[in-house]
Design a protein around this ligand. Sequence first.
Ligand SMILES: [Zn+2]
Length: 467
Amino acid sequence: MSTRWLLRGAEVITCDPDSADMSRADVLIENGVIVAIGPHLRADDCRVLELDGKIVMPGFIDTHRHTWQTPLRALGGDWTVMDYLAAVRVKLAPAFRPNDIYAGNLAGALEALDAGITTLVDYSHCIESPEHAEAALQALEDAGIRALFSYGYAAGPQQSPAFPTLESRIQDARRLRTTRLASDARLVRMGIALTEMQIPWESSRAEIRSARELNVPLTAHCSAWPTAGPSEVQRMAAEGLLGPDVLFVHCTRSSDEDLKRIADSGGSIAVTPESELQMGMGFPVTGRALRNRVRTTLGCDVVSSNGGDLFTAMRLALQVERGQANARAGLPRALELKAAQLLQMVTLDAAEAIGLGRVTGSLRPGKDADLLVLSADALNMTPLNRPRDAVVMQAHAGNVESVMVRGRLLKHRGALLDVDLPAVRRKVSEARDAVLERVGGTAMLLRDRAELDKHWDTGGGLAKGDM
Ligand SMILES: [Zn+2]
């Protein structure tokens, strides 16, 4: 395959502050890197994609997804967060074996690519042995996606034989960081995903310190339900543990003071509007986070409950924010949150949130060619007015025609390339069957829900000291 590409005659949305959008422009790519963007570029000896009527833009970045849950698709369409914890975290997670994790991560990463997501923050919190970790990582690499493989320290209801202690999990993360994930130049890089914080706090502190020791970004669920006592952000601030390498997730119940603390530290937030709205985590923090100058990004979270594409997440985040603001205002004079802001949240802002701002997230010479081609000539995009707004307000995953990661074409003319789709479907379905069989079927999923309630006080927050 040629290592030079010329994408010709497209509507180019750069999402880059130093590079304006262009009509009928070309993008030249060499060895995976964008070398020029402009009209009538001349280049010999390259593969040409004629893109008249198409949009070329940066690939999307999903900053929060538990990719391993793909075999559980839609099982939790009616679940609250407590149902989810009882069914998935307590019951189903321990039933996943390494090949099930592989199937979930492969199918999930391919689903993401298919929807124009070129970078994934995989919050991989079902690692019950070194083999689970290897399987999750292998699937991301096999899919060809760019990813932050965020090694999750969360344990199931019982400690697994492979990892009897938190220290043994940290040791395994260390093993990966010094072997397969030693390089930060590869498409799949290492991160750390924290166990729910403060359970107990000493463990959270050890997990945070391990990420710093390994010199990798960390991500953590945060303030998604009311808690007694100091918040996670307050605790971290008090011990000097905040930083630009922290990506908090949800923060639906964070105070404005906590949001300011995150902003001042250079940290970021992943909002997952669909799961937050469904499960009772409160309203997405989008507007408050932006007003407090926090870098704000979007994620799909769990396809075990909701959708796995960022078009839906963008529109949901935008309109629920507007709905709340409009309800406060009565008859609004103007809409504060603009559609195009959502596009920044899933591209450049997301790249910066995970330390990849110089590599991906916008189209500019010198950055890797992580991009997607959208069919702006589809009926739902025609006629094309205000391209950025059209992408946010009108487009859907079915409009993603082509996808490139570091110059490698992974989807073209609407189809994933070099993927044995029947085999992927078979694998992920078999994983679903195996996992459900091990737990005794879907009827058993919420059986321990009452048991969980003893540990979690859904009305007033975490029962201190119980977990
Ligand atoms: Zn999550």
